[in-house]
Design a binder for this molecule. Structure first.
Ligand code: IMP
Length: 200
């Protein structure tokens, strides 16, 4: 079945790192609106899953703008921390969204679980749920994942959030050390995007 292609979209996020990475995935011919133009405050994320929060944001921003809207809810799950920070990944960076603090907290919490963790391989994954919400109430949500491990040193200045401590499976560099195009070949957001690409 053919789908009606989207010609303009509002990206519902107040996270500049995410905004850039979502915009990079979208076709250049698409008219993109974002909070750089509209300045709409983010809704409170009351969901307990990535899917619930992704839908909640896409619906909220679509209602506010009356436009087709795409939102992302994402985060990192660290197995030794029982999958924390998970949906609370942004919260661990505090009100000022300081990811140096969030990364320190990750290392602190891991050390509480296992003092010798630096000698071990700590499995983790990034998860992203992308939702497109249309003003008529229709929506689609798709999940993407990337497996990897936690680096015992913070490395690299590229990307955002937890990128400097995540090494994707089969690689040696953190996402923070990779060029954006290398990250996009593998990452959770691109994996989710592949599943909704047909709408663009
Ligand atoms: P939220 O989806 O707005 O609740 O925030 C998700 C949080 O997860 C972000 O603020 C980042 O800390 C983290 N995160 C999600 N995707 C990535 C990524 O690609 N790299 C690094 N951190 C990410």
């Amino acid at each position: 079945m053919s789908v009606k292609k989207i010609e303009e979209i509002f990206i519902g996020s107040n996270n500049k790192g995410k905004l850039k990475e979502i915009a990079d995935l979208l076709p250049k011919s698409l008219k993109i609106y974002s909070n750089l133009d509209f300045k709409i405050p983010s809704p409170i994320e009351t969901g307990t899953t990535f899917k619930q929060n992704s839908l909640l944001k896409a619906k909220y921003f679509s209602k506010k703008t009356n436009k087709i809207c795409m939102s992302d809810d994402s985060g990192i799950e660290i197995d030794i921390l029982d999958k924390a920070p998970g949906v609370f990944s942004a919260d661990w960076s505090g009100k000022k969204r300081n990811f140096n603090l969030a990364i320190k907290k990750v290392y602190r919490e891991i050390s509480k679980k296992d003092k010798n963790w630096k000698k071990k391989k700590l499995n983790a994954r990034f998860i992203c749920v992308l939702t497109i919400f249309w003003p008529n109430g229709k929506y689609i949500s798709k999940i993407g994942k990337i497996e990897g491990r936690i680096s015992n040193l913070k490395k690299g200045k590229n990307g955002f959030g937890y990128d400097p401590i995540f090494i994707p499976k089969g690689k040696r560099l953190t996402f923070g050390e990779m060029e954006p195009r290398e990250k996009y070949k593998l990452d959770h957001r691109s994996n989710a995007f592949k599943k909704i690409k047909k709408f663009f």
